[in-house]
Design a protein. Structure first.
Length: 329
């Protein structure tokens, strides 16, 4: 005889209960940047529909204007994921732009590009060595380097802009297009793609996250945490130098002012994108959306007619709200 199976009264709807439990356990804070991006976009799309917010040219401008910050923020994602900070990226970009411009005028295209990259590698190496070998906090090291880099850029140029007349350089780094796509967007897409793959799919990326999550535990597993810290600061410096060349190519000149304040925008984009300020977790794709959200807010506030002081207040309030919503329990 077959025995009838009796379903307890409390389990009459196991599927519904399991779905409800899964929904309750879902950590929606992981997706707050994407939700926030959609909400802000729809808000401005409705509010500023008569000001041309949704025009293809304006949307393309948002991508262009955030491209350089996105590039810097990709490198910053690695630094913050490793539980460090780099405040020198903006001034490194400015110094790279003027060194590139001066080398271009003296020696041509290839030496100019190499000079710009050398700036980032030198700055990143110094930052990394002081942090990893001497144990000086990265906040203090990179804060000091911020002043050194911007002072050096202003000193060697006597505060004068350095024009760039090399059309090939300007086309490659910012002012030209790759087919129908603006060059700045291509550069940011390449950096985001490489950054995301390396952080999520490679041994180095796992070591960065492990070092930021728990340095002692990472060392017990055989990870050379000092080397990892050196490498992420080196990467950040090199990426900042590329951003400086993008500034130089787009604006066809090198100036010590280029990149001023970019370190704060990059850090905001990284934190908005879901990377933990205390290390151990990072998302390059989230960083991209964080940078786009900042660009979206800037563009919308300008079209809304707010003056600069009002823009600062609203922008700061939105960033604080987004970070507060995304905080861990």
């Amino acid at each position: 005889m077959s025995k009838a199976t009796t379903i307890p009264a409390g389990d009459t709807a196991p599927a519904s209960r399991s779905f409800g439990a899964a929904l309750k356990e879902l950590d929606w804070r992981r997706y707050v940047i994407y939700i926030g991006f959609v909400v802000v976009f729809l808000f401005f799309a409705v509010l500023l529909r008569d000001q041309g917010f949704l025009s293809p040219q304006n949307l393309l401008n948002i991508f262009r204007q955030t491209a350089t910050i996105t590039v810097i923020a990709v490198g910053m994602t690695y630094v913050i994921s490793c539980a460090e900070i780099d405040l020198s990226v903006g001034s490194t970009a400015g110094l790279s732009s003027v060194c590139t411009a001066m080398a271009l005028s003296q020696w041509g295209l290839i030496p100019g590009i190499l000079a710009g990259l050398a700036v980032g590698l030198v700055v990143g190496s110094i930052n990394g060595a002081l942090v990893s070998l001497l144990g000086i906090p990265s906040f203090l090291v990179t804060l000091g380097m911020l002043g050194i880099a911007v002072g050096a850029a202003q000193w060697i140029t006597a505060s004068a802009p350095q024009p760039i007349l090399n059309d090939t350089f300007n086309t490659l780094f910012g002012s030209g297009n790759f087919g129908p796509v603006p060059g700045l967007i291509v550069w940011s897409a390449v950096f985001v793609a490489i950054g995301a793959v390396v952080l999520n799919r490679t041994r180095f990326g796992r070591q960065v996250l492990a070092t930021g999550g728990n340095r002692t535990a990472a060392e017990f597993t055989g990870i050379n945490t000092k080397r990892i810290k050196f490498q992420v600061l080196l990467i950040s410096g090199a990426v900042a130098s590329v951003a400086g060349m993008l500034y130089a190519g787009r604006l066809q000149s090198g100036r010590f002012q280029w990149g001023t304040g970019d370190e704060l925008s990059a850090i905001a984009a990284v934190i908005l994108g879901g990377t933990s300020l205390f290390g151990g977790a990072g998302s390059v794709i989230g960083t991209l959306f964080g940078a786009l959200l900042i660009g979206l807010i800037n563009n919308g506030l300008i079209l809304a007619g707010l003056d600069s002081s009002q823009q600062q207040v609203v922008r700061g309030a939105i960033i604080i709200l987004a970070v507060a919503l995304a905080r861990k329990k």
